[in-house]
Design a protein. Structure first.
Length: 176
């Protein structure tokens, strides 16, 4: 049984109406999704800035403290080495070696603090740098060792830098 021309016309109008309704529904969903993505990116951009400030403060603090300790340990090591060379106290050589290893440790902490500071600057830059995100993830992982403050900062850093909304902030091809 065939359709009359009038029935075909009504059927075509109905199909056209359904297509338009589907398109407008898809458009609304896309607009809502886009708004949610932009809001999520704005929130994550704020968290990236907060993390950048935290990294700068901790980097400066750890570098300064470590540099002071490294210089102090260096001076103490030189003094003890002088005593050991004079032969006055034979055990001074062991103590000098121990102090020397502490000095090396504090130099490494100062370097770590300088890298942390640089990452903080990279995170705060107007166009966040991809290297800052990558190195920031490594620093956050290392920070987890330092209980309790380091663990909190490391967990926060991993959450911020590995979040879905953050990746587009660092990838210029994904920016909207």
């Amino acid at each position: 049984m065939g359709l009359t021309p009038e029935e075909k016309k009504k059927l075509d109008e109905y199909e056209s109406f359904l297509r338009e309704a589907q398109v407008s529904s898809n458009l609304r969903q896309a607009q809502t999704s886009c708004k949610e993505t932009n809001i999520e990116q704005e929130v994550m951009a704020r968290h990236v800035k907060i993390l950048g400030v935290i990294y700068i403060v901790l980097g400066l603090f750890s570098s300064a403290i470590a540099a002071i300790y490294a210089v102090t340990m260096g001076m103490a090591t030189r003094s003890i080495e002088t005593t050991a060379r004079s032969g006055a106290r034979p055990e001074s050589g062991v103590v000098a070696a121990l102090f020397g290893s502490f000095e090396t440790f504090f130099v490494l902490v100062a370097i770590y603090g300088a890298v942390e500071f640089a990452v903080g600057i990279g995170l705060l830059s107007r166009r966040s740098q991809m290297w800052a995100r990558s190195v920031g993830i490594v620093i956050a992982g290392i920070s987890l060792i330092g209980f309790p403050v380091g663990t909190a900062v490391g967990a926060y850093g991993l959450w911020v830098l590995l979040s879905r909304g953050t990746s587009s902030l660092f990838n210029p091809f994904e920016r909207t």
